[in-house]
Design a protein around this ligand. Structure first.
Ligand code: PLP
Length: 464
């Protein structure tokens, strides 16, 4: 059965972010069902989902309340749109709930079907806002290298993923990228103090604003912690310095909470952790715990007032904006998270516990840094011989990821950075298992790499 599914998959299915040919040769893994923090493959193997699907299954798998919410809403009103002066109860109630949970100045939501669509909406809103303010030339958006804001053309352009730009270009004009606050990769090799490095990265934004002319810059967009880029937690100095720069030049702040929102960092919104007051907040993923696709943009009063009072018709929207079934599930998801104190538990108990356990991996010879924030964590893999990054050709991160999966745990690799972001309902015992499984995957990775490392010239033997 699973072999015939694999064959059909190979024959007809083009997977996202996948080397189609290589996957065709290897065959895809078939995930059949899931429960709690575990997924089960077609062979019956139980795998701890250290990535909550794609950073989204915050409440864990198998929540009957969400299934019931979907079924009831499907029976009552499976679809209607929010165009042309109509609405429906799930969209209205979800909008109210989101604005109640969000910081006080965020009182409106524009619904989308995904995080990428949310970021397309951001670009449209930012430019519309400044045009309405009589400053249409203020259209440049500054993003960050290695930032991720989705895979539609605008999402890809706002993000700073070079391989995506190379394939998808030319990007949307009027978007530029500055350096990311990735101390391990960019500050540490230079021997910089992390806090000085953080300030330097913020200064790069100011330099770019001055280069473009402050009168031309509309917004800065960033994730509170870069997710897809490698769970990159900025030095403490970074965000206060960025905030000061944007305030100085009257530039909108867009904080992409698609990953960090809904409890991942131990707050409803990641921006609360860093004390940011964003003007626009794209959201998705954890909003419905991934049970159904839904996203949106929370809009701060400053922008909303202008769009509402001065904007006239906003020519933008999607067939599935505020889809009633997705909205009903998202609302139930937020209600359950609230009733069960999921976010507070991440902040007060599980986040600190993960930090205490995950950082023990720093003593492993393959680990150059082990970091966490909330229920997000990363390991930086290094060559134990040189203490530097592995030769890229060894694909150490991919090797470790595949070993980990085979041994019963999903860890994602971004280059040679291993990432975890488990469901927020994980228990302490399951965190212990997660760390043990991660160590075992590292051990096996080290064993696999050892013969290849022995072939490498040692540092003192390297040609000058
Ligand atoms: C920060 C961030 N923004 C936007 C997106 C795009 O979301 P989607 O895949 O739902 O379009 C992602 C997806 O991983 C993300 O991590």
């Amino acid at each position: 059965m699973s072999q015939s599914l694999q064959a059909l998959d190979r024959a007809h299915h083009l997977h996202p972010f996948t080397d189609f040919k290589a996957l065709g040769e290897e065959g895809s893994r078939i995930i059949e069902h899931a429960e709690g923090v575990y997924i089960f493959d077609a062979a019956g193997n139980r795998i701890l989902d250290g990535m909550a699907g794609l950073w989204c299954v915050n409440l864990g798998y198998g929540r009957e309340e969400l299934v019931t919410a979907a079924a009831e809403q499907m029976r009552r009103l499976p679809y209607y749109n929010n165009f042309f002066k109509t609405t429906h109860p799930p969209a209205v109630k979800l909008a109210e709930k989101l604005c109640a949970l969000a910081p006080a100045h965020l009182n409106h939501i524009f619904f989308t079907g995904s995080g990428s669509e949310a970021n397309d909406t951001v670009l449209r809103m930012v430019r519309r806002y400044w045009t309405l303010k009589g400053k249409p030339q203020k259209h440049w958006v500054i993003g960050r290298e290695n930032g991720y804001h989705g895979s539609t053309v605008a999402g890809m352009s706002l993000g700073g993923m070079a391989p995506m730009h190379e394939q998808g270009g030319p990007c949307v004009p009027g978007i530029t990228h500055v350096r990311q606050p990735y101390w391990f990769d960019e500050g540490r090799p230079e021997g910089q103090d992390p806090e000085a490095f953080g300030r330097e990265c913020a200064a790069a934004i100011e330099a770019r604003i001055l280069e473009l002319g402050e009168e031309n810059v509309a917004a800065f967009i960033a994730e509170p912690v870069q997710g897809a880029g490698g769970a990159i937690i900025p030095p403490a100095s970074y965000w206060p310095a960025v905030k000061a720069v944007l305030a100085k030049y009257d530039i909108l702040l867009v904080i992409d909470e698609v990953i960090c929102g809904f409890g991942r960092l131990g707050e409803w919104f990641g921006s609360a952790h860093f004390d940011l007051a964003p003007d626009l907040v794209p959201i998705a993923k954890g909003l419905s715990s991934g049970y159904l696709p839904i996203g949106g943009v929370l809009v701060g009063d400053r922008v909303a007032d202008t769009l509402v009072e001065e904007g006239g018709e906003f020519f933008h929207g999607f067939t599935y904006s505020g889809h009633p079934v997705c909205a009903a599930v998202a609302l139930k998801n937020l209600q359950l998270m609230e009733a069960e104190g999921v976010v507070e538990r991440v902040r007060d108990e599980l986040g600190p516990y993960l930090a205490s356990r995950w950082t023990t991996l720093a003593d492993h010879p393959l680990v150059g840094e082990a970091r966490t924030l909330g229920l997000m964590g990363a390991l930086e893999l290094i060559d134990p011989v040189s203490g530097e990054r592995f030769d890229k050709a060894l694909a150490a991160g991919t090797l470790c990821r595949d070993i980990s999966f085979r041994r019963g745990q999903v860890m994602r690799s971004v280059g040679d950075t291993m990432i975890i972001a488990p469901p927020l309902v994980i228990t302490r015992e399951q965190i212990d298992d997660l760390v043990t499984l991660a160590r075992e995957a590292l051990d096996e990775t080290a064993r696999c790499l050892a013969p290849r490392l022995a072939d490498e010239p040692q540092p003192e033997e390297r040609p000058a």
